[in-house]
Design a protein around this ligand. Structure first.
Ligand SMILES: [Zn+2]
Length: 74
């Protein structure tokens, strides 16, 4: 499966959208908006800012979801 390594983060404060590369081996728990300086933190239940605020979940979550889908089909 293809893991997407870039995601567009949307700032909840000013609405600015920024494309960022996602690390494959770590969860990003903090991200400062380049536009307004607002510090994004994961929502409760999410483990990284990409899962909470980006259009694409982080790579470990993508892999977990792919495994879940594969498992339910079998
Ligand atoms: Zn912002």
């Amino acid at each position: 499966m293809a893991v997407v390594l870039r995601a567009v983060l949307t700032c909840p404060d000013c609405g600015a959208q920024t494309e960022e590369a996602m690390p494959t081996d770590a969860c990003r728990i903090q991200y400062e908006c380049l536009s307004c300086g607002f510090v994004l933190r994961p929502r409760p239940g999410d483990d990284c800012v990409f899962c909470s605020f980006a259009d694409t979940p982080c790579p470990p979550v993508q892999e977990a979801r792919a495994r879940e889908q594969a498992g339910t089909r079998e």
